[in-house]
Design a protein around this ligand. Structure first.
Ligand SMILES: C[S@@+](CC[C@H](N)C(=O)[O-])C[C@H]1O[C@@H](n2cnc3c(N)ncnc32)[C@H](O)[C@@H]1O
Length: 472
């Protein structure tokens, strides 16, 4: 069957590679989307394992529409009883790039009218709309007068992995974080560092990549699990196979931040995800950071000076360049920013500059290759640089700081399956949901999603591992 995976701009090549590895065929790449073919197993697997897909859609009908009435008629012609019942709920996402259809909300409204009218005429009852947690999410895409009607197999966007417990200001999207890490070529066989880790998104995605665990291992539910043709035994097999590919990471995954609160939040997020033995987070300003020897990959999202207040943004970027030059020999350093003028202050030659978006912000993802041998990325050293590097190269400082990082040498263990995940999904009883819905004051009110309760997260922690003693 024909399928379509959506992603963020710039991540299409990564998604294409992923899809092929997950069994997709007939892959065709567009901007922010890839069309491919696969069976139901491929659809389940892509949702569970892709790190950079945002949604996976299954087109069910395409046609041309002259105007809104024509759209209404043609959406109504689709036999919707194949996909849902009048007892169930629906939500519609409209996307348009058209001179005829200019309002995506109106497209969604007309299509919803067509579907509910079809049910009402046939059964005397109509399905309700539930934008927060529908049984069927429908996507209406219009390009000019060409309409594609799809059903959305993901449900909530796939960037919502289900592992984040707390965030700070300006967390990066999980899909963007994973995409940047995969672009760097990281697969767990080198040290990974995020020197400005905030709430730890890069660290979590790096830990999942290094452990070869599926991106959505913590997620509770996918859209396809409420479909009429959902086959739980097939999905359970796919989930178990994906979890069985787990490996224990061989190299440290290290996060630092100058802010205590960021480190506390990162530690709590790692504990909730059962990753506390795989990721080490420490409070340390980048200007004092000395990585373990042997090189590695650094991926980070520094402040841009837009959303986070930063007094001297140019000075911060200059410090990043100086520090990379001084301490990060044999590292590939990747950073994303929307602040192009501050980026110049890094003062190093980039070996890649990739246009990307972080939310609405147009950014550049840049790469600096800090190889001592090739001296790529090294700006010509000034006398000042030389003097400064002599000062910070004092062996006793380096040794003390590296000894501290030894915590990352603590034994790493396998991550167990979360206490509850999409593997254990049970299709909710519509009668129960109806009662719950009538208790809510507003239909648009987002029902609290079931997440790890305090009890289940501490149970999970106990089951995952006993925490080794801290040696610092
Ligand atoms: C944009 S946030 C990173 C968000 C993170 N990627 C996430 O997903 O949560 C930038 C972080 O850089 C940290 N930071 C700023 N200056 C720093 C410095 N000199 N050394 C270390 N961290 C710094 C801030 O405390 C903040 O947590």
């Amino acid at each position: 069957m024909k399928l379509l995976a959506k992603t963020l701009q710039g991540l299409e090549p990564i998604l294409e590679k992923e899809l092929l590895a997950l069994g997709a065929t007939h892959v065709e790449t567009f901007t922010r989307a890839i069309r491919f073919r696969g069976n139901m197993e491929t659809l389940y697997r892509v949702n569970l394992e892709s790190r950079v897909a945002m949604r996976v859609l299954m087109p069910i009908s395409s046609f041309n529409a002259r105007d809104e009435e024509d759209l209404y008629r043609k959406v109504k012609r689709i036999d919707w009883s194949r996909y849902m019942t009048e007892e169930e709920t629906l939500a519609i996402d409209g996307v348009t790039n058209s001179e005829v259809f200019t309002h995506s909300k109106y497209i969604a409204l007309k299509s919803k009218d067509a579907i509910v009218d079809q049910f009402r005429e046939k059964t005397g009852k109509r399905p309700n709309v539930n934008t927060a947690s529908p049984d069927l999410r429908i996507n209406i895409h219009i390009y000019g007068i060409e309409v594609t009607v799809s059903i959305d197999s993901s449900g909530d966007s796939l960037h919502k992995r289900g592992y984040r417990r707390e965030t700070l200001e300006a967390p990066i999207s999980e899909v963007l974080a994973a995409g940047m890490i995969l672009m760097s070529g990281y697969n767990g066989d080198r040290t990974f560092i995020d020197p400005m880790c905030g709430s730890g998104t890069f660290l979590t995605e790096a830990a999942l990549i290094a452990s070869n665990l599926p991106a959505q291992m913590y997620r509770k539910e996918f859209g396809f699990q409420r479909w009429k043709n959902y086959r739980p035994e097939v999905y359970t097999k796919i989930y178990d196979e994906a979890m069985a590919k787990q490996r224990v990471p061989s190299h440290p995954i290290l996060g630092f931040d100058k802010n205590f609160q960021a480190i506390n939040v990162t530690e709590r997020n790692m504990e909730a995800a059962g990753l506390e033995n795989i990721v080490t987070a420490k409070r340390r300003p980048f200007e004092r950071l000395v990585p373990p020897p042997g090189g590695g990959i650094l991926v980070t999202n520094p402040p841009y000076g837009e959303r986070l207040e930063e007094e001297d943004i140019e000075g911060l970027y200059q410090m990043i360049g100086d520090q990379l030059k001084k301490e990060f020999k044999d590292f590939d350093a990747w950073l994303i920013t929307s602040n192009y003028s501050a980026l110049k202050s890094v003062g190093l030659r980039t070996s890649a500059r990739i246009p990307m978006y972080n939310g609405a912000l147009e950014c550049r993802l840049v790469k600096y290759e800090m190889y001592e041998g090739s001296r790529k990325g090294m700006a010509p050293q000034t006398e000042e640089d030389k003097a400064a590097s002599k000062e910070t190269d004092k062996p006793e400082v380096k040794e003390a700081e590296q000894a501290e990082l030894k915590t990352s040498d603590r034994p790493k263990k396998e991550i167990r399956r979360p206490a509850s995940s999409s593997r254990d999904f049970k299709k909710p009883d519509p009668r129960v949901r109806k009662e719950a819905a009538s208790d809510r004051s507003s239909r648009s009110e987002r029902p609290e999603r079931k997440s790890f309760s305090k009890r289940s997260s501490s149970e999970l922690r106990k089951r995952i591992t006993k925490k080794p003693p801290k040696n610092d």
